[in-house]
Design a protein around this ligand. Structure first.
Ligand code: ADP
Ligand code: MG
Length: 730
């Protein structure tokens, strides 16, 4: 028998109504139970009719002041009647209009007699300059708020409101008005009779929860505010706990898998590398390295997230893990989100290894390994060579973009997968790469920017987390200034002047633009998409920067040209690089000290933080100028002010989350949990998320196989939803 919550709505409601619910993504009884009232009216409060906006869906509680039935005279209305009513809340007034045959209009008139109090739901329109609701849905309530009448003659009034008169108002559509939803919820609630609670009794007691069926009844038909509070708590708990249990289960399954242990080896490649390292590792780098070595030595796959401040030196930590795997005869793959970043990783890793790095088919008896690059735009012959190096094991380190995931790339013995800047990849890609190893490889995921703790717990909840907070000593300060060029046009000239001064000091600069060329967007000239690389290049090289070595870099250039420009920039042969966000992540040129971001208001907080992370990487103090024409009190201006105020990525990540909704922050490609976050928010519900994570861990340690049918069902539901989301996107 199907569990009550999994019953399709078509089994409970009419097919037409069930279909209408699909627009709300409500397909089962369980979905409907979680379609919660947006607010409640107790039948004793009044709305403010002075603040109605045309086009808005409103629900108002008001008294009928006047009601008149008029015959309709002409045209299509002939033979029909019109009920014209005025309702008031004591402050403002609102017109209501109903049309129909005589018996219908009479029925409405009977309900809406002068003095009756009702709750009216509909879309605010306008008639002769006055706000009006045409054919609103309504119920009539008595002095105690009990429903005693309504617009729909067949509406089961007992089902719309609880005995005490609290009425839930639902997010509705034009086809599904709030009363219809309330009515359907009542029908669905009947199906929950005798339903078992999915949570074991000990857990409910431990977490001090009311039962699930009781929570559903109370949230939809509350008797009082305490009912609502307890029910909401249970529903939020279920969501947070389900997610954490699924993540704990993923962790446990991975941990139960075997992996080839790759313990730290002395006298090998790693030691040779350490001996050549031109700097001391920071304390954090040392601690996390030790953690990674311990993970790699275990007979279970490492599943770790390394997050860190921009420029905190994650690459060298990852590289030391890779070298350990190579010392054990294995290979490491480094997956990068963009070609620019993959090429740069290849370049820096090769440089860091120095004489320890060989070409693709490195196979000398000396200590060393091959480092190879595989990208989509490589010429076929080069790509074949690189693939061969990966497949033969000649390359210990294989760096690449999505090309690594294709069937053309095989490994001799893939022991470690490092995913850089994970926010661009999902679990599926991690899995695709892992599938290229005989046994599940160790996995290290790195994020570009710091993320709030609860985001780490939810989005990356299947991974253990390590955090690098400190930036290597000797890093220079970066001052950030918002340059409002509309109110101070002269500042624009000063901005370019500032860049020229940096170059005169021997430094280099970036100028970042939101798009490549003017033609890349169509539309009116007013509504443009911000400064274009080609434009800014033309202006600067024709004017203030005529004497400097200026180059453009963007995604539309051929790969070898991008590569060439970037190499020359790294070598100090280019003064100013005018680029799109292709330089956003990972690019590392310590001599670069100035950055100008044109139309900075077009970028998000973490993007700006990332971009700014490209400067101040050496000993030279940096300057970051955020050019904008955005109004000072806009959200975009607030973002820029926040970025100017602090370089603390964790603080900025919080601001980012507060301004945007989780879905946007987490990105569509994340671990498939996005749509599970319905009734909790990662910032506000931090305590609940932390608490349920601990509980979920306890549950799995008590019952590693998850034999409890209720708990197993919870995990299945979360995973199915995640898989469903994934399928929908592909
Ligand atoms: P991110 O964490 O942003 O990826 P990178 O790994 O690119 O940062 O490191 C930034 C720069 O800092 C690189 O040039 C790297 O060589 C350098 N670096 C890393 N660790 C140290 C250290 N302990 N001392 C000095 N410089 C370091
Ligand atoms: Mg990096």
């Amino acid at each position: 028998m199907t569990a009550p919550l999994e019953l399709p709505l078509t089994d409970v409601l009419g097919g037409k109504t069930a279909k209408a619910f699909e627009a709300l993504k409500v397909k089962t009884v369980g979905d409907l139970m979680l379609h919660l009232p947006r607010r409640y009216v107790s039948g004793t409060e009044l709305s403010d009719l002075n603040h109605l906006t045309e086009g808005e869906e409103v629900t108002v509680l008001a008294r009928v002041r006047q009601a008149t039935v008029l015959p309709m005279r002409s045209g299509r209305g002939a033979g029909k009647f019109r009920l014209q009513a005025v309702i008031t809340d004591g402050r403002g007034e609102l017109n209501l209009t109903f049309f129909g045959a005589k018996h219908l209009v009479d029925y409405w008139h009977l309900q809406l007699h002068v003095g009756a109090r009702g709750i009216f739901a509909g879309k605010v329109g306008a008639f002769q300059g006055q706000p009006q609701l045409t054919h609103p849905d309504f119920v009539i309530v008595d002095a105690d708020g009990n429903v005693i009448g309504g617009a729909q003659r067949n509406l089961d009034l007992g089902k719309v409101a609880g005995a005490s008169g609290w009425i839930g108002l639902y997010p509705a559509t034009a086809k599904l008005r709030t009363w219809t939803i309330a009515n359907c919820v009542s029908l669905a609630l009947e199906r929950l009779e005798g339903m078992a609670d999915p949570l074991p009794a000990w857990l409910r007691q431990e977490a001090d929860l009311i039962g699930q069926p009781a929570a559903y009844r109370a949230i939809h038909r509350p008797e009082n505010e305490e009912d609502i509070r307890a029910a909401r708590h249970r529903i939020q708990f279920d969501e947070a706990f389900g997610l954490q249990l699924a993540m704990a289960r993923r962790r446990a399954l991975a941990a139960a898998d075997g992996a080839v242990p790759r313990p730290r080896v002395s006298g090998g490649l790693l030691d040779a590398f350490d001996a050549r390292l031109p700097f001391e590792l920071t304390k954090g780098q040392q601690e996390i390295s030790a953690q990674l070595f311990a993970d790699l030595a275990a007979p279970h796959p490492m599943q770790r997230l390394l997050q860190g401040e921009v420029g905190s030196g994650k690459t060298v930590v990852a590289l030391r893990a890779m070298l350990t795997v190579i010392d054990n005869g294995g290979q490491a793959a480094l997956l990068a989100p963009t070609e620019v970043l993959a090429v740069q990783h290849h370049r820096t890793i090769t440089a860091m290894l120095g004489d320890l790095a060989g070409g693709d088919l490195f196979s000398s008896g000396e200590v060393g390994t091959g480092v190879t690059l595989i990208t989509g735009s490589m010429p076929a012959a080069r790509r074949r060579e690189a693939s061969l190096a990966a497949a033969s094991g000649g390359a210990g380190i294989v760096i690449g973009t999505h090309a690594l995931l294709t069937s053309g790339t095989q490994f001799a013995d893939l022991g470690l997968v490092v995913v850089d800047e994970q926010h661009r990849f999902g679990v599926e890609q991690r899995a695709a790469l892992a599938a290229k190893a005989q046994q599940r490889p160790h996995t290290l995921v790195m994020t570009a920017t710091p993320i709030p703790r609860t985001v780490a717990m939810t989005v990356f909840g299947d991974l253990e987390t390590s955090t690098l907070t400190e930036v290597p000593a000797g890093r220079a300060d970066v001052s950030t200034v918002v340059v409002d060029y509309t109110s101070h046009p002269s500042w624009l000239r000063r901005t370019w002047q500032r860049v020229i001064e940096e170059v005169a000091e021997g430094r280099q600069a970036y100028v970042v633009c939101p798009r490549i060329s003017v033609e890349s967007t169509s539309g009116s000239e007013e509504d443009d998409a911000g400064a274009a690389v080609e434009d800014v290049y033309a202006q600067l090289t024709a004017g203030p920067m005529a004497d400097l070595r200026v180059e453009m870099l963007h995604g539309r250039l051929p790969a070898d040209q991008k590569d060439d420009i970037m190499s020359r920039y790294v070598a100090g042969q280019v003064d100013v690089l005018i680029a799109t966000t292709v330089i956003e992540v990972g690019v590392d040129v310590p001599n670069a000290s100035a950055m100008v971001i044109c139309d900075a208001d077009r970028f998000g907080i973490s993007q700006l933080h990332q971009l700014r992370g490209r400067i101040g990487r050496g000993a030279h103090p940096g300057i970051c100028l955020l050019l904008t024409g955005t109004p000072p009190d806009s959200p975009a201006a607030e973002r820029l002010a926040a970025v100017a105020r602090t370089r603390d990525g964790f603080a900025l990540a919080r601001v980012d989350l507060e301004q945007r909704r989780e879905g946007d922050v987490l990105g569509a490609e994340q671990s498939g949990i996005r749509s599970s976050l319905r009734h909790i928010r990662v910032l506000e519900d931090e305590d609940l998320i932390t608490y349920t994570r601990d509980l979920a861990t306890t549950c799995l340690s008590k019952d590693p196989e998850l034999t409890d049918p209720g708990l197993a069902g919870i995990v299945d539901a979360v995973e199915q939803r995640a898989a469903g989301d994934w399928l929908e996107r592909t």
